[in-house]
Design a protein around this ligand. Sequence first.
Ligand code: ADP
Length: 268
Amino acid sequence: ETDLRMRVRASRLGSRYVLVLAEDHTETHRLEEVRRDFVANISHELKTPIGAVGLLAEALDAASDDPEQVRYFAASLTRESGRLGRLTQDIIELSRLQASDPLNEPALVDIRSVIHTAVERNRVEAEARGIEIVTRGGKHASVVGDSDMLAVAVHNLVANAVHYSPDGSRVGIGTAVTDHGIVEIAVTDQGDGISEADRERIFERFYRVDPARSRRTGGTGLGLAIVKHVVQNHGGDIRLWSQLGSGSTFTIRLPEASTASVPVREEN
Ligand code: ADP
Protein backbone atom coordinates (compact mmCIF):
# COMPACT_ATOMS: atom_id res chain seq x y z
CA GLU A 1 0.00 0.00 0.00
CA THR A 2 2.88 2.35 0.90
CA ASP A 3 4.55 1.57 -2.42
CA LEU A 4 1.36 2.33 -4.27
CA ARG A 5 0.97 5.66 -2.46
CA MET A 6 4.61 6.49 -3.20
CA ARG A 7 4.19 5.75 -6.88
CA VAL A 8 1.05 7.87 -7.14
CA ARG A 9 2.92 10.75 -5.46
CA ALA A 10 5.91 10.19 -7.73
CA SER A 11 3.86 10.50 -10.85
CA ARG A 12 2.58 13.86 -9.58
CA LEU A 13 6.08 15.02 -8.80
CA GLY A 14 7.40 14.21 -12.24
CA SER A 15 9.71 11.62 -13.77
CA ARG A 16 12.88 12.74 -11.94
CA TYR A 17 11.65 11.10 -8.73
CA VAL A 18 10.34 7.89 -10.23
CA LEU A 19 13.69 6.11 -10.35
CA VAL A 20 14.39 6.70 -6.65
CA LEU A 21 11.00 5.44 -5.54
CA ALA A 22 11.14 2.45 -7.87
CA GLU A 23 14.39 1.45 -6.11
CA ASP A 24 12.61 1.74 -2.81
CA HIS A 25 9.95 -0.63 -4.07
CA THR A 26 12.61 -3.17 -5.14
CA GLU A 27 14.28 -3.00 -1.70
CA THR A 28 10.94 -3.63 0.08
CA HIS A 29 10.37 -6.59 -2.21
CA ARG A 30 13.88 -7.98 -1.58
CA LEU A 31 13.55 -7.69 2.21
CA GLU A 32 10.19 -9.45 2.06
CA GLU A 33 11.80 -12.28 0.06
CA VAL A 34 14.69 -12.58 2.57
CA ARG A 35 12.17 -12.73 5.42
CA ARG A 36 10.10 -15.41 3.67
CA ASP A 37 13.22 -17.52 2.94
CA PHE A 38 14.34 -17.23 6.56
CA VAL A 39 10.96 -18.41 7.88
CA ALA A 40 10.94 -21.33 5.40
CA ASN A 41 14.50 -22.30 6.46
CA ILE A 42 13.65 -22.07 10.16
CA SER A 43 10.66 -24.40 9.69
CA HIS A 44 12.84 -26.88 7.83
CA GLU A 45 15.64 -26.73 10.42
CA LEU A 46 13.26 -27.15 13.37
CA LYS A 47 11.43 -30.10 11.84
CA THR A 48 14.47 -32.43 12.03
CA PRO A 49 15.18 -32.24 15.79
CA ILE A 50 11.46 -32.03 16.68
CA GLY A 51 10.77 -35.17 14.61
CA ALA A 52 13.76 -36.92 16.20
CA VAL A 53 12.61 -36.06 19.73
CA GLY A 54 9.18 -37.59 19.01
CA LEU A 55 10.63 -40.79 17.55
CA LEU A 56 13.19 -41.18 20.33
CA ALA A 57 10.52 -40.76 23.01
CA GLU A 58 8.53 -43.59 21.36
CA ALA A 59 11.67 -45.75 21.12
CA LEU A 60 12.47 -45.09 24.77
CA ASP A 61 8.99 -46.18 25.76
CA ALA A 62 9.26 -49.40 23.68
CA ALA A 63 12.70 -50.25 25.10
CA SER A 64 11.77 -49.76 28.75
CA ASP A 65 12.92 -53.23 29.92
CA ASP A 66 16.33 -53.10 28.21
CA PRO A 67 18.60 -50.81 30.32
CA GLU A 68 21.28 -50.51 27.63
CA GLN A 69 18.79 -49.37 24.99
CA VAL A 70 17.15 -47.02 27.48
CA ARG A 71 20.56 -45.38 28.10
CA TYR A 72 21.23 -45.12 24.36
CA PHE A 73 17.85 -43.51 23.52
CA ALA A 74 18.01 -41.22 26.56
CA ALA A 75 21.47 -39.94 25.45
CA SER A 76 20.15 -39.31 21.91
CA LEU A 77 17.14 -37.51 23.35
CA THR A 78 19.43 -35.25 25.40
CA ARG A 79 21.54 -34.51 22.30
CA GLU A 80 18.53 -33.63 20.13
CA SER A 81 16.89 -31.45 22.77
CA GLY A 82 20.25 -29.68 23.22
CA ARG A 83 20.32 -28.96 19.48
CA LEU A 84 16.76 -27.66 19.61
CA GLY A 85 17.74 -25.36 22.49
CA ARG A 86 20.80 -23.96 20.65
CA LEU A 87 18.82 -23.48 17.45
CA THR A 88 16.08 -21.58 19.28
CA GLN A 89 18.69 -19.44 21.04
CA ASP A 90 20.47 -18.58 17.76
CA ILE A 91 17.20 -17.76 15.98
CA ILE A 92 16.21 -15.41 18.82
CA GLU A 93 19.72 -13.86 18.78
CA LEU A 94 19.55 -13.21 15.04
CA SER A 95 16.05 -11.70 15.21
CA ARG A 96 17.16 -9.47 18.09
CA LEU A 97 20.16 -8.30 16.07
CA GLN A 98 18.05 -7.50 13.05
CA ALA A 99 15.74 -5.35 15.17
CA SER A 100 18.37 -3.49 17.20
CA ASP A 101 21.11 -0.96 16.68
CA PRO A 102 23.99 -1.16 19.21
CA LEU A 103 25.01 2.37 18.30
CA ASN A 104 21.70 3.75 19.63
CA GLU A 105 22.95 3.43 23.19
CA PRO A 106 26.68 2.99 22.67
CA ALA A 107 29.17 2.13 25.38
CA LEU A 108 32.94 2.00 25.41
CA VAL A 109 33.94 -1.64 25.01
CA ASP A 110 37.37 -2.98 25.98
CA ILE A 111 38.40 -5.53 23.35
CA ARG A 112 40.61 -7.48 25.76
CA SER A 113 37.65 -8.25 28.03
CA VAL A 114 35.51 -9.28 25.02
CA ILE A 115 38.23 -11.73 23.96
CA HIS A 116 38.65 -13.00 27.52
CA THR A 117 34.91 -13.75 27.77
CA ALA A 118 34.90 -15.52 24.40
CA VAL A 119 37.93 -17.67 25.28
CA GLU A 120 36.53 -18.64 28.69
CA ARG A 121 33.28 -19.83 27.08
CA ASN A 122 35.26 -22.18 24.83
CA ARG A 123 37.87 -23.34 27.31
CA VAL A 124 36.22 -26.54 28.55
CA GLU A 125 35.60 -27.93 25.06
CA ALA A 126 39.06 -26.93 23.81
CA GLU A 127 40.80 -28.53 26.79
CA ALA A 128 38.78 -31.72 26.42
CA ARG A 129 40.20 -32.04 22.90
CA GLY A 130 43.74 -30.94 23.71
CA ILE A 131 43.37 -27.73 21.70
CA GLU A 132 45.41 -24.79 22.99
CA ILE A 133 43.92 -21.31 22.65
CA VAL A 134 46.69 -18.70 22.47
CA THR A 135 46.03 -14.94 22.64
CA ARG A 136 48.57 -12.53 21.15
CA GLY A 137 48.93 -8.73 21.09
CA GLY A 138 47.60 -7.57 24.43
CA LYS A 139 47.50 -3.91 23.33
CA HIS A 140 44.69 -1.97 24.96
CA ALA A 141 42.03 -1.09 22.39
CA SER A 142 38.41 0.04 22.69
CA VAL A 143 35.51 0.19 20.30
CA VAL A 144 32.05 1.71 20.58
CA GLY A 145 29.05 -0.60 20.84
CA ASP A 146 27.54 -3.47 22.78
CA SER A 147 29.97 -5.71 24.69
CA ASP A 148 27.56 -8.69 24.92
CA MET A 149 26.98 -8.73 21.17
CA LEU A 150 30.70 -8.42 20.44
CA ALA A 151 31.45 -11.26 22.88
CA VAL A 152 28.90 -13.45 21.05
CA ALA A 153 30.59 -12.66 17.71
CA VAL A 154 34.13 -13.47 18.92
CA HIS A 155 32.82 -16.53 20.79
CA ASN A 156 31.23 -17.89 17.58
CA LEU A 157 34.52 -17.55 15.68
CA VAL A 158 36.52 -19.26 18.44
CA ALA A 159 33.87 -22.02 18.75
CA ASN A 160 34.12 -22.70 15.00
CA ALA A 161 37.92 -22.68 15.12
CA VAL A 162 37.73 -25.35 17.85
CA HIS A 163 34.93 -27.39 16.18
CA TYR A 164 36.55 -27.55 12.76
CA SER A 165 40.13 -28.29 13.91
CA PRO A 166 41.84 -31.57 14.76
CA ASP A 167 42.46 -32.60 18.38
CA GLY A 168 45.75 -31.28 19.76
CA SER A 169 45.95 -28.33 17.35
CA ARG A 170 46.29 -24.65 18.19
CA VAL A 171 43.84 -21.72 17.88
CA GLY A 172 45.31 -18.21 17.89
CA ILE A 173 43.57 -14.92 18.68
CA GLY A 174 45.51 -11.82 17.69
CA THR A 175 44.57 -8.18 18.26
CA ALA A 176 46.05 -5.21 16.42
CA VAL A 177 45.21 -1.58 15.71
CA THR A 178 46.05 -0.34 12.22
CA ASP A 179 47.43 3.13 11.41
CA HIS A 180 43.97 4.00 10.13
CA GLY A 181 42.35 3.40 13.52
CA ILE A 182 40.87 -0.01 12.77
CA VAL A 183 40.84 -2.61 15.55
CA GLU A 184 41.46 -6.07 14.11
CA ILE A 185 40.63 -9.29 15.94
CA ALA A 186 41.98 -12.29 14.03
CA VAL A 187 41.01 -15.87 14.92
CA THR A 188 43.32 -18.43 13.30
CA ASP A 189 43.02 -22.21 13.27
CA GLN A 190 44.93 -25.17 11.87
CA GLY A 191 41.76 -26.90 10.65
CA ASP A 192 40.63 -28.18 7.26
CA GLY A 193 40.31 -24.78 5.63
CA ILE A 194 37.42 -23.61 3.44
CA SER A 195 37.31 -23.80 -0.38
CA GLU A 196 36.86 -20.66 -2.47
CA ALA A 197 33.30 -21.63 -3.47
CA ASP A 198 32.33 -22.18 0.17
CA ARG A 199 34.04 -18.96 1.30
CA GLU A 200 31.43 -17.07 -0.76
CA ARG A 201 28.54 -18.72 1.05
CA ILE A 202 29.41 -19.58 4.67
CA PHE A 203 28.06 -16.29 6.05
CA GLU A 204 24.60 -17.16 4.73
CA ARG A 205 22.06 -18.34 7.28
CA PHE A 206 21.97 -22.15 7.59
CA TYR A 207 24.74 -22.72 5.02
CA ARG A 208 27.14 -25.52 6.03
CA VAL A 209 30.03 -26.99 4.06
CA ASP A 210 29.41 -30.45 5.50
CA PRO A 211 25.93 -30.64 7.08
CA ALA A 212 26.62 -34.01 8.76
CA ARG A 213 29.79 -32.69 10.44
CA SER A 214 28.10 -29.46 11.53
CA ARG A 215 25.33 -31.59 13.08
CA ARG A 216 27.85 -33.82 14.88
CA THR A 217 29.61 -30.81 16.40
CA GLY A 218 26.24 -29.40 17.49
CA GLY A 219 26.27 -26.52 14.97
CA THR A 220 23.15 -24.57 14.01
CA GLY A 221 24.37 -23.07 10.72
CA LEU A 222 23.66 -19.59 12.15
CA GLY A 223 26.96 -18.80 13.89
CA LEU A 224 28.64 -16.88 11.09
CA ALA A 225 25.42 -15.12 10.03
CA ILE A 226 25.25 -13.79 13.60
CA VAL A 227 28.93 -12.71 13.50
CA LYS A 228 28.36 -10.83 10.23
CA HIS A 229 25.30 -9.02 11.62
CA VAL A 230 27.06 -7.99 14.85
CA VAL A 231 30.08 -6.67 12.96
CA GLN A 232 27.99 -4.74 10.43
CA ASN A 233 25.81 -3.29 13.23
CA HIS A 234 29.06 -1.92 14.71
CA GLY A 235 30.13 -0.26 11.46
CA GLY A 236 32.81 -2.89 10.79
CA ASP A 237 33.40 -5.80 8.45
CA ILE A 238 34.74 -9.34 8.49
CA ARG A 239 37.45 -10.84 6.28
CA LEU A 240 38.33 -14.44 5.69
CA TRP A 241 41.59 -15.98 4.59
CA SER A 242 41.66 -19.72 4.15
CA GLN A 243 43.45 -22.47 2.33
CA LEU A 244 42.23 -26.05 2.08
CA GLY A 245 44.42 -28.21 4.28
CA SER A 246 46.16 -25.28 6.03
CA GLY A 247 43.49 -23.67 8.15
CA SER A 248 41.55 -20.41 8.26
CA THR A 249 41.79 -16.89 9.66
CA PHE A 250 38.63 -14.86 10.28
CA THR A 251 39.37 -11.17 10.96
CA ILE A 252 36.79 -8.87 12.53
CA ARG A 253 37.56 -5.19 11.79
CA LEU A 254 35.95 -2.41 13.84
CA PRO A 255 36.52 1.35 14.07
CA GLU A 256 38.62 2.18 17.14
CA ALA A 257 36.73 4.17 19.79
CA SER A 258 38.86 7.33 19.47
CA THR A 259 38.10 7.54 15.74
CA ALA A 260 34.40 6.63 15.96
CA SER A 261 32.07 9.62 15.69
CA VAL A 262 29.35 8.49 18.14
CA PRO A 263 29.00 9.94 21.66
CA VAL A 264 29.46 7.16 24.21
CA ARG A 265 28.61 6.38 27.81
CA GLU A 266 31.04 4.59 30.11
CA GLU A 267 29.91 1.03 30.71
CA ASN A 268 29.77 0.01 34.38
P1 ADP B 1 27.77 -24.10 12.11
O1 ADP B 1 26.81 -24.01 13.22
O2 ADP B 1 27.41 -25.17 11.12
O3 ADP B 1 29.18 -24.16 12.56
P2 ADP B 1 28.39 -21.43 11.07
O4 ADP B 1 27.51 -20.39 10.48
O5 ADP B 1 29.14 -21.08 12.31
O6 ADP B 1 27.49 -22.73 11.30
O7 ADP B 1 29.43 -21.89 9.96
C1 ADP B 1 28.96 -22.25 8.68
C2 ADP B 1 29.84 -23.32 8.07
O8 ADP B 1 31.13 -22.79 7.77
C3 ADP B 1 30.13 -24.52 8.99
O9 ADP B 1 29.13 -25.49 8.90
C4 ADP B 1 31.46 -25.01 8.47
O10 ADP B 1 31.24 -25.87 7.38
C5 ADP B 1 32.15 -23.76 7.95
N1 ADP B 1 33.15 -23.20 8.89
C6 ADP B 1 32.96 -22.22 9.78
N2 ADP B 1 34.07 -21.91 10.46
C7 ADP B 1 35.02 -22.75 9.99
C8 ADP B 1 36.42 -22.97 10.28
N3 ADP B 1 37.06 -22.23 11.21
N4 ADP B 1 37.08 -23.94 9.57
C9 ADP B 1 36.44 -24.67 8.64
N5 ADP B 1 35.14 -24.52 8.32
C10 ADP B 1 34.43 -23.58 8.98
